[in-house]
Design a protein around this ligand. Structure first.
Ligand code: TNX
Length: 525
């Protein structure tokens, strides 16, 4: 079964010969090197010729059907509306004509690595793991005409160029954060964000589930958190929250696209919604008023009260029970009214609660003031000193430098939404940096990856989210996926311009950055 790998180069030679023989046939020949892949794959080999998907193309499942079947279903679902096809799945034992999804049962040392090999007769997407197979399918989708994303049937030929792609990510953690506390977003909105990030091979969605302005996750032991704390948001709107069933639905939806949800309960600061819901969490025993403004740093849990730790234990326990991912994010940022001598033992104790529930802690970089538990991740956003303090304690760092990776920042001073306290982040500024060099003293092997946070003080609906995401999400996804040596702004911006046709088809209102020539057309032979 593994033989085609060894012979792949001769297979391509054969494919090329066949392609030349049949070159009089009418076909669109796209050079694979001109494809608008985002993020850029590690290696691309072009061949002459095309493979066409028709209504009768089968999807061959090679390997464990329970694992490969859902990935075939995902592909079918994605292409169904635009093609009108429902491709037949069949379990077979060797690659055949059609689209082959091949889960190799041995021998790949890199998780998420995949290959896509295309000849005139077949497509073989292969990987040693399901995530890799899924990314191979995402790459195949990027090879198809942009109209593949239309929601009505299109009368065009569904051709892809022959050749091969071999690929694997540079970093294992590639994510986005969505702040659902400042403004609440529906389950459907969160699912659309998951679709977006997964299509660029990101694999984590961090949900900022609590802050001064709102508590967004049902906790059965503390019902007022949502009954009271869930009823507001910035600007005074009605807020909202996810029931545990809805949260589990989000987790399951994300898992199908190999995205892990990282839930955050921010503490000891950013806690006004909880403090307004339960008087006993306050040192003076009085509930605060609900808050709908955008100030930060004015609230704190009462670190001296035992009830505070009972509260945290209940919240983390319920959250851990419905979160299959390994991390619980415990915030720890901007606790300006918690004295440092209180902050440190508090963050140490909360890490212990997280481990007790068999999860690992993640927290904003301020946590490095405290003693870190083994496996705690420091999320760098503001203070390089904190990131360095973290690695000196042996911790790994997640990179979210606000000056480059905060997708709630305005593009320039005229952007109608967004903040600019860290920087204006134009399309090129989001792209032209790398994880290895950003903080001197934090080395590649100490970095787990990248996360692009979307804070939502000024962002109120899906249209706003997409406007701030595109075209920066693709830049940050590529920084996490593609090795630095294989990236360049000039090459990226051309791929991006061509890829924007996908956003047009999907109805995404993206920012038409003047740094990009959006009229760039696909180079056709
Ligand atoms: C800083 S980043 C914050 C958030 C704000 C954000 C706005 C971080 C850990 N804290 O509370 O929403 O700036 O950009």
């Amino acid at each position: 079964m593994i033989r085609y790998f060894k012979n792949s180069s001769s297979l391509f030679l054969a494919a090329m010969v066949i392609a030349i023989l049949f070159s009089c046939e009418e076909q669109v020949n796209i050079d694979l090197n001109q494809e608008d892949f985002l993020p850029k794959p590690r290696s691309i080999v072009n061949a002459d010729g095309t493979f066409e998907i028709t209504a009768s193309t089968p999807i061959n499942l090679l390997g464990d059907e329970a694992k490969v079947g859902p990935i075939a279903d995902f592909f079918n679902e994605r292409i169904n509306k635009s093609t009108g096809f429902e491709l037949t799945k069949r379990q077979i034992s060797g690659a055949s004509s059609g689209i082959n999804l091949y889960l190799i049962d041995e021998g790949e040392e890199f998780s998420e690595a995949y290959r896509v090999e295309i000849t005139k007769n077949n497509v073989i997407v292969s990987s040693a793991n399901e995530a890799g197979l899924f990314y191979g399918v995402q790459t195949l989708l990027q090879m198809l005409p942009p109209e593949i994303h239309a929601d009505s049937k299109q009368d065009i030929k569904w051709q892809v160029s022959t050749g091969s792609v071999r690929d694997r990510p540079a970093y294992g953690y590639r994510g986005t954060m969505l702040d659902v506390a400042r403004h609440f977003f529906s389950v459907d909105d969160v699912k659309r964000v998951i679709d977006h990030i997964a299509s660029y091979k990101m694999n984590r969605l961090h949900l900022h589930l609590s802050d001064d302005q709102g508590w967004r996750i049902e906790i059965k032991a503390w019902p007022n958190l949502t009954k009271i704390g869930g009823t507001t948001q910035v600007g005074g709107g009605k807020g909202g929250f996810y029931t545990q069933e809805q949260y589990k639905d989000i987790v399951a939806y994300a898992a199908k696209q190999f995205v892990t949800i990282v839930p955050e309960i921010d503490m000891p600061g950013h806690t006004n919604a909880a403090l307004a819901s339960y008087a006993e969490l306050n040192c003076d025993g009085k509930a605060t008023d609900l808050y709908t403004g955008t100030e930060v740093g004015f609230s704190t849990l009462c670190v001296d009260k035992e009830i505070t730790y009972k509260f945290i234990d209940d919240v983390i326990r319920e959250l851990a029970e419905m979160t299959p991912g390994e991390y619980i994010h415990i915030g720890g940022d901007e606790s300006h009214v918690t004295p440092i001598e209180d902050y440190i033992p508090f963050m140490e104790r909360v890490q212990g609660i997280v481990s007790k529930h068999n999860k690992k802690s993640m927290a904003w970089d301020e946590i490095a003031h405290a003693k870190l538990k083994e496996n705690t991740i420091v999320q760098f956003w503001a203070e390089e000193e904190n990131a360095k303090k973290g690695v000196m304690q042996g911790a790994k760092v997640l990179m979210s430098p606000a000056k480059r990776a905060y997708i709630d920042m305005q593009y320039d001073s005229t952007t109608r939404i967004g903040l600019h306290w860290a920087a204006y982040i134009e399309a090129d500024s989001a792209y032209t940096w790398n994880l290895e060099e950003y903080v001197k003293g934090v080395n590649p092997d100490q970095i787990i990856g990248i996360e692009a946070p979307m804070w939502t003080e000024t962002i109120t609906n899906m249209d706003d989210i997409e406007y701030m995401m595109f075209p920066r999400l693709t830049a940050l996804a590529e920084i996490g996926w593609t090795e630095t040596a294989n990236r360049s702004w000039d090459d990226y911006k051309e791929r991006l311009a061509r890829h924007s046709e996908v956003w047009n088809v999907k109805g995404i209102n993206y920012y038409k950055s003047p740094r990009i020539d959006w009229e760039q057309k696909k180079i056709e032979e």
